[in-house]
Design a protein around this ligand. Structure first.
Ligand SMILES: *Cc1c(COP(=O)(O)O)cnc(C)c1O
Length: 484
């Protein structure tokens, strides 16, 4: 890079603020505590603004362009969510304030709990968990507590389909249980015969996302629920793919006993740089008593003269707290805004359009890329990023080349059961023009893979940094502000 870093721009004495003259007596401070050297760059306000604006432009975001990152549901986040989250009553509330002085916030949380119950068909919801994976841990701990409560400590095995997201087995291990893999059948559903042989008195439950990570609706879901419940296990729903079901089918009606919601996927709140997110957990009646404490409750319904009074209640057999205070409250405000803006009909339309967009894109690409299963997909689908007659080109190369064309890559090499997987989720918020243009780009890259494979191998060509050693970049990041 030729642009100077903020350290190189630094000039002694240059400042972006001017402090008023001291109008009190200077106080004495123990010399040992006085820092004599603070090696911060010295810059004018304009230098700082330009520095951060430039950095922000290096970043890719859903506000900048198409972001078909499968499983992550990178839908556009409506800006009205930001307006409501910034209302002073929501933004400046203190978590230790007396609940009587934070009634508006509690009312919003109470409503959101109720809406998530209605959408999922479950009995009660806790808003505490800070992400989907945190919700998984919460749900698995609840399942463990449920079996413990019934004197069945031997139930330590959690069944997980081989297409599952990596967080599922990780959450199971964190909860001190054992993850057991269940194979898929040729249609991409859970192999029922294999499942039935695994179901016994050591099974705590099964974790499943529906639609699954191949973007396929789990057609045997009722038989799966019956097999798991039949041996005394519980069904955990990984709600990351709820965007395909909104307003069409309720997970509770399919037999799920407990599930998490990813508010930052389905309900248009920002994913952030790894957080904050929000992963509320819902439970069917038989598990509701184990939810994290406290839940927001209506203490007194009020009457014509007095508004309702909100407070907290602790479920009788609660697993305890999963997070300080009330979860990521600002995210809850955004999700509640999104749900209210759309209403029931709008939410259903979200799911219908998300599924339509994915199938449209799948149809445009199916003659160029091998699609994992010849089935109508739900909100996403998985293509293979490789061709027999273009050896040496893989999903990673296609992903990097997409960056040259200004598109965020799809999820690559996941799910693991598809070779060189490219998992594509367009979401409902993209126009036909965007989908058409993406399909054209994907076809162009397929052609390049055959005629000029080096273009793919060397990509990306016009980013601030080229191809990184991704493991080293994550494990040994260079955080000095200097590009080497
Ligand atoms: C995103 C995702 C998760 C984890 O959710 P986070 O909010 O990222 O922790 C779990 N399962 C699936 C299928 C996902 O897509």
């Amino acid at each position: 890079m030729t642009e100077p870093t903020i350290y190189e721009l630094s000039s002694p004495g240059r400042a972006g603020v001017s402090l008023p003259a001291l109008d009190v007596d200077p106080s004495t401070f123990p010399p040992a505590l006085i820092r004599t050297e603070l090696p911060l760059p010295q810059l004018a306000e304009s230098d700082v603004v330009r520095h951060f604006l430039r950095l922000s432009q290096w970043n890719y975001s859903v506000d900048k362009g198409f972001y078909p990152l499968g499983s992550c549901t990178m839908k556009y986040n409506p800006k009205i969510n930001e307006d409501t989250a910034r209302l002073p009553g929501f933004a400046f509330v203190h978590p230790l304030q007396d609940p009587e002085t934070a009634q508006g916030c509690l009312a919003l949380m109470y409503q959101l709990q109720g809406w998530l119950c209605e959408i999922s068909g479950l009995a009660a919801v806790s808003l505490q968990p800070a992400a989907g994976a945190h919700g998984e841990l919460t749900g698995v701990l609840m399942i463990r507590a449920y079996h413990h409560d019934r004197g069945q400590e031997n139930r330590r095995r959690m069944l997980i389909p081989n297409s599952a997201h990596g967080t599922n087995p990780a959450s199971v291990a964190m909860a001190g249980m054992e993850a057991v893999e269940v194979p898929a059948d040729p249609e991409g559903n859970i192999d029922l015969a294999a499942l039935r042989t695994l179901c016994d008195e050591t099974v705590a439950g099964l974790m499943l996302t529906n639609p699954n990570t191949l973007g396929l609706f789990e057609e045997n879901i009722l038989a799966v629920a019956e097999a798991v419940h039949g041996c005394g296990g519980l069904l955990y729903g990984d709600g990351a793919n709820l965007n395909a079901l909104l307003g069409i089918v309720r997970p509770g009606d399919l037999g799920f006993d407990v599930m998490h919601f990813n508010l930052h996927k389905t309900f248009s709140t920002p994913h952030g740089g790894g957080g904050p997110g929000s992963g509320p957990v819902g439970a069917a009646a038989q598990l509701a008593d184990f939810l994290p404490a406290p839940l927001v409750a209506m203490i007194d319904p009020g009457n014509e003269a007095d508004p309702p009074l909100y407070g907290y209640r602790n479920p009788g057999k609660s697993i305890g707290r999963m997070r300080a205070f009330n979860g990521n409250f600002g995210i809850l405000v955004r999700a509640a805004t999104y749900i209210r803006m759309l209403g029931a009909d709008g939410l259903r339309q979200v799911a219908e359009t998300a599924v339509l967009n994915a199938n449209y894109l799948r149809a445009l690409l199916k003659d160029t890329y091998t699609i994992s299963h010849e089935r109508t997909c739900m909100h996403e689908f998985v293509a293979e990023g490789r061709w027999a007659d273009a050896p040496g080109v893989g999903a990673g190369d296609i992903a990097k080349r997409l960056i040259d064309y200004g598109v965020h890559p799809p999820t690559v090499k996941f799910p693991l059961i598809i070779p060189d997987a490219l998992m594509i989720e367009p979401t409902e918020t993209e126009s036909k023009q965007t989908l058409d243009s993406f399909a054209d780009t994907m076809k162009k890259i397929a052609e390049e893979a055959h005629t000029h494979p080096e273009l793919l191998h060397d990509a990306p060509h016009n980013t601030p940094v080229g191809r990184l050693d991704e493991v080293r970049a994550a494990k040994q990041p260079i955080l000095t502000g200097k590009l080497t």
